[in-house]
Design a protein. Structure first.
Length: 419
């Protein structure tokens, strides 16, 4: 007996399973969302038609203002429906400002990009909803009719001779179309997710402001923690060492008492102790100030990154293409990002080799760190990637992680060369 799965790789089998597995929410959205799409699409088309007719009258602008407010309100149910059934979280836009006076408020509504984008969504959602309903309901019913065509033909015309070629073509066409239903349904659901994300969320300027506010808050919190930690280290460590040094110098002064003559042996011991305390204090101060501005960056990334690679326990292959020198804040962010990623490789990856590539071209800085370790790295997994992403976001940078289980891992940071 032959195995029907013989010769089929596990990857292809899992790919077929993924293809034929359809989320129940995608199908429910195509069916349940159609009435809402129909009502809201009719509202949007009526608004556009009536607004065009009334544009030359006194009632034109007030009508458009009210219609835009209504369209803005209809975006909420669509966002909730997309989140509940399609699993896509669409962030709600910021509310409208409320200046004094009806004319000023009407001007704000007319200039509101969220309302206009929501109105456009309602118009585009109507044909997409019709397409989704056809794919979710109409196409399977049509496939069933094609597959059962030989039976329907026998029932309707029992005395006519069967057309074998027509029956075979009908069944094969029905099966082929039925096999395409899962992919078509996923494609329509993906189009609905993208359309909602583009038009129902905050405008690009509003989203940018929110991202910058979040990045600024994270940066301020991080700087506050660093300052408190630096203050604690200076108080508990460096200050204690300086007090001990002052006591040693005071004892040295006592050893120089002219009445009994200087105790040379004790003086030598105290001076050796003072020298050691001074060296330890200087070393600790150097360690504390390293996180403020690395000395290695005085010569730029071209000198700092090779130093990082040389100190890594994992062998690092370095590739640099630094056509221009970025701004100081950008250099510092890239340096700390590279140091954190190389530290993660040494601590968590189990890698035997790593690669670090940095380039500055066209006003953009790209840092890529690869390793051949076990993979599975993700923000929030205890590797500090979430904090690293927040630090990059504060300078308008992004962090992209590609780390499948089993490896390899590739993490790319991109940020502007100038702020």
């Amino acid at each position: 007996m032959t195995d029907p799965d013989a010769g089929r790789t596990p990857g292809s089998a899992s790919a077929w399973r993924r293809y034929f597995s359809v989320r129940a929410g995608d199908w429910v959205f195509a069916v349940v969302g159609m009435p809402l799409a129909l009502v809201c699409g009719a509202y949007a088309l009526a608004v556009l038609y009536a607004g065009t007719l009334l544009s030359l009258t006194v009632l034109g602008l007030p009508f458009v203002v009210v219609a835009l407010l209504g369209a803005r309100g209809l975006g909420g149910p669509h966002r909730r429906l997309v989140g509940a059934l399609l699993g896509a979280t669409v962030e709600a836009p910021a509310g409208l400002t409320r200046p004094h006076g009806l004319i000023a408020r009407g001007r704000v509504v007319l200039a509101d990009p969220v309302a206009w984008r929501t109105l456009l969504y309602l118009v585009l959602r109507l044909p997409l909803g019709v397409l989704g309903l056809l794919v979710a309901v109409g196409l399977p019913l049509g496939c069933g009719w094609l597959i059962g065509f030989p039976l329907w033909g026998r029932l309707m015309e029992p005395d006519s001779p069967p057309a074998a070629w027509l029956d075979a073509t009908s069944v094969l066409l029905g099966l082929a179309l039925l096999a395409g239903v899962p992919g078509a349904l996923r494609a329509v659901a993906g189009a609905n997710r993208r359309l909602a994300g583009w038009l129902l969320g905050p405008a690009r300027a509003q989203r940018r402001v929110r991202e910058l506010e979040a990045a600024r808050a994270a940066l301020l919190a991080d700087n506050g923690d660093r300052l408190r930690r630096l203050e604690r280290d200076l108080h508990d460590g460096t200050q204690a060492r300086l007090v001990a040094l002052a006591i040693t110098l005071s004892l040295t002064d006592d050893a120089l008492d002219p009445e009994s003559g200087p105790d040379l042996a004790r003086l030598r011991t105290l001076l050796d102790r003072a020298r050691g305390q001074t060296e330890e204090t200087v070393a600790e101060l150097r360690l504390l100030t390293r996180g403020i501005h690395p000395v290695a960056l005085d010569g730029g990334l071209g000198e700092a990154l090779p130093g990082l690679a040389a100190t890594s326990p994992v062998p690092v292959t370095l590739r640099l293409d630094l056509a221009e020198r970025p701004q100081e804040a950008i250099e510092r962010a890239v340096y700390f990002c590279a140091a954190e990623l190389l530290t993660n490789i040494a601590r968590h990856s189990g890698a035997r080799a790593a690669g670090l590539a940095a380039s500055v071209r066209g006003g953009r800085v790209r840092l890529t760190v690869r390793d051949d370790g076990r993979g599975g790295a993700a923000p929030g997994g205890g590797t500090g990637l979430a904090g690293l992403a927040e630090r990059l976001a504060a300078v308008d940078g992004t962090l992209r992680v590609d780390s499948p289980p089993g490896g390899p891992t590739e993490i790319t940071a991109e940020l502007p060369a100038r702020l």
